[in-house]
Design a binder for this molecule. Structure first.
Ligand code: NAD
Length: 273
């Protein structure tokens, strides 16, 4: 029997086939799960409906296991409420919820943290942190007894990663949110975890400057390389599955071991050459 056979859930945050949310969803679909997907709403004047089209291209390969593909802007509570109502009507009870969503203005990512604007800070925290609380709260009535929630975080919330700036502050808050939600939902049997992924080339990743970081991992990470989409996808699916039933409030680093290092590792020897 496949890991997700008979399991249903929600995947929030696929933008295209490079999205981490798609890497996780693909594992779940390949393991027999049924998923309902969201996409960022298209602008009224976008006749091609590009946001929807890019996600359609992914999910169209799994018609029998795709319950729906509907727009959702997590900044709008009414949309979150009606999305979850629709999800309940189409899926009934659910077993998993993936939140793989973040956003900050490029201006705020590119300037020093000390110059972050108030509006940019609020925007980044609202989309990247509060949305986990909001979607979890509105989805709660749909949860089966052993439902699992997963969000995506990054090491820049634990240590200073220059260039990650305001998003690092968001990830620190997101990590804390995981722990508090895990405590709230634990008595109901529901779990809340995060995967802390190494740098991957996605829309959000490139905006946050992951390009050079991937090469750097080759020198510093114990595995002497960066991680792949597939590795992050499999670990995410694990935390959304019953195989991780004893784990909650956890930040699982899927980063080729980078986070354990207390020095630049093999890069030190490069300096000596
Ligand atoms: N790429 C990396 O290197 C990396 C590493 C660690 C963690 N992460 C995290 O993984 C998550 C997914 O990012 P990704 O790298 O797959 O990039 P991505 O751009 O593919 O995904 C980000 C998603 O957030 C969605 N989103 C943004 N604003 C939204 C809103 N208002 N309402 C609804 N959805 C909204 C986008 O539509 C997109 O689907 C993010 O939380 C990101 O911080 C990424």
């Amino acid at each position: 029997m496949k890991l997700f056979e008979g399991k249903k859930g929600l995947i929030l945050g696929v933008a295209n086939d490079r999205s981490i949310a798609w890497a996780v969803a693909k594992e779940i679909l390949d393991q027999g799960g049924v998923c309902g997907f969201s996409h960022l709403p298209d602008k009224a004047d976008d006749e091609k409906k590009k946001n929807r089209m890019r996600v359609s291209k992914c999910v169209d390969a799994y018609p029998a296991q795709t319950a729906f593909l509907e727009p959702l802007d997590v900044q709008d509570d009414e949309q979150v409420a009606s999305f979850m109502k629709m999800a309940g009507e189409k899926l009934g009870k659910i077993d998993f919820l993936l939140h793989s969503i973040a956003f900050a203005d490029r201006d705020d990512l590119s300037r020093d943290t000390v110059e972050t604007s108030r509006a940019g800070f609020k925007l980044a925290m609202d989309v990247s942190v509060y949305s986990l609380i909001s979607v979890t709260n509105y989805a709660r009535p749909l949860f089966n007894a052993d439902a699992s929630v997963l969000t995506m975080t990054y090491f820049g919330g634990e240590k200073c990663v220059p260039g990650y700036n305001v998003m690092g502050i968001c990830k620190a808050a997101l990590d804390a949110t995981v722990r508090y939600l895990a405590n709230d939902l634990g008595p109901h049997g529901h779990r809340v975890n995060a995967v802390s992924a190494g740098p991957l080339k996605t829309l959000a990743g490139v905006a946050a400057g992951v390009g050079e970081m991937q090469d750097y991992y080759g020198y510093v990470a114990p595995l002497a390389r960066c991680v792949t989409h597939e590795e992050v996808g499999r670990s995410g699916a694990y935390l959304l599955s019953n195989y991780s039933s004893g784990i909650t409030g956890e930040i699982l680093h899927v980063d080729a071991g980078y986070n354990i290092m207390g020095s630049p590792g093999r890069l030190l020897y490069e300096f000596k050459k």
